[in-house]
Design a protein around this ligand. Structure first.
Ligand code: SF4
Ligand code: SF4
Length: 127
């Protein structure tokens, strides 16, 4: 009886599609609301530090004077708190997971300093 049952399962599995996907050739589609990884639009950041204060994992550091914003991706728990509380809406959640890395250093973004902003400004000569 047991052999019959076993044989039935073997035959069924022989003609059945595989239960797993053939990654990396077949990739999974992410759901629309997947919380993949944090993305940043540094041009809009005002370095207020709200995201860092609201982060439960202390994954974000903000240095207002140096106009520096950084994130330790290995600490991030994808809670979305920083995204929800950013007053400038310059943070978002990408649906894809962060790239695989071998080291745990923070990823840093720099905003334009006052000097850079001044030098980027082009004076239009009077006619
Ligand atoms: S909360 Fe938004 S604007 Fe404020 S430092 Fe963070 S990313 Fe920048
Ligand atoms: S998603 Fe959550 S854990 Fe990750 S950086 Fe934002 S507040 Fe911190």
């Amino acid at each position: 009886m047991g052999i019959m049952k076993f044989g039935k399962t073997v035959v069924k599995n022989l003609f059945h599609k595989p239960a797993t996907k053939g990654y990396p050739f077949i990739k999974n589609e992410f759901f629309e609301r997947t919380r993949g990884h944090i993305v940043m639009r540094i041009e809009d950041c005002i370095f207020c530090g709200t995201c860092a204060r609201r982060c439960p994992a202390s994954a974000i550091q903000v240095d207002r004077d140096a106009k520096k914003w950084s994130i330790e991706r290995f600490r991030c728990v994808q809670c979305g708190n920083c995204v929800e509380n950013c007053p400038k809406k310059c943070l978002g959640m990408d649906r894809h997971y962060a790239e695989v890395k071998q080291s745990k250093e923070a990823e840093t973004f720099y905003g334009a300093t006052l000097e850079q902003t001044a030098s980027d400004h082009v004076e239009v000569p009077h006619a």
